[in-house]
Design a binder for this molecule. Sequence first.
Ligand code: ZN
Ligand code: ZN
Length: 300
Amino acid sequence: MIPRQRRGMWTSKVRQKKSFSVPRKPRTQNEDFSAALLPVTCGAVKGVLHKEKFKQGIFVKSIQSEDGDWYTPTEFEILGGFGRSKNWKLSLRCYNWPLKSLIQKDFLPNYPRKYGKRKKMQNSDKCEVCRNGGTLFFCDTCSRAFHEECHIPTVEAEITPWSCIFCRIQSLGSQQSLPESEVLQRQMVAQEQLKCEFVLLSIYCCSESSFFSKIPYYYYFRETPVGVKKMMWLDLIKKKLRERDYSHVEGFVQDMRLIFHNHRTTFKDPKFGQMGLGLESEFEKNFKEVFAIQDSNGNS
Ligand SMILES: [Zn+2]
Ligand SMILES: [Zn+2]
């Protein structure tokens, strides 16, 4: 809900028509742009911009509408009927000043425009995960590029602006650290799903992952080695995540650990064994970091 005393500043006598040119209205000179909450309008819709949220990035829902719903600047622009202009810095206004003016005067942080860069082939660019070129999708909020299938989840090509998983993870902010046993019991809600996807993607970013991505070689021998109860590989975990097969974080972590367990059981060769250990410690490190897991001695 919107605080009641704020309703006053939205009382507008003129209902603006939805159009792509913003009509000029008189501006006042002594409005307080340094406040934590700023009234914003886009066409006829009104909302409140929360500066602290806005500072976290343009992919964070920082504007609350009169109905109490939250929007990113781009979503608010669409709500106001200016979606086609794809320029929220001009379409969104505060006391009739475009947000661009507030950015120029340092009342709001600047986010450089990068729209339209996506789905463009550039030989010099490489996929963040596999390090190869080809048809890449560019994140709209950082400089990373991905193949459609290398990104986890698969790149949502129809969403503009689109933020990659690195940016989405950053937008989660800090979390309270908890013992591993508590984290494993969490249900796979959107935020936990995102963290699992990020941990898995960080493993795919390691070159050693190619050895663990496909079904293990012994599948073709029609006989599983002693000590392997269930076969597991990275592409299967990716598929299970995509199909929302995991109900809790624990299922995902168990499958990841199973890959390394099976590898230790079947590979006695020191060279290959070392490779598995490296990836395993990378997984454990990333898992603890992304889920803010407490050290066993109580520190985060
Ligand atoms: Zn790739
Ligand atoms: Zn990004």
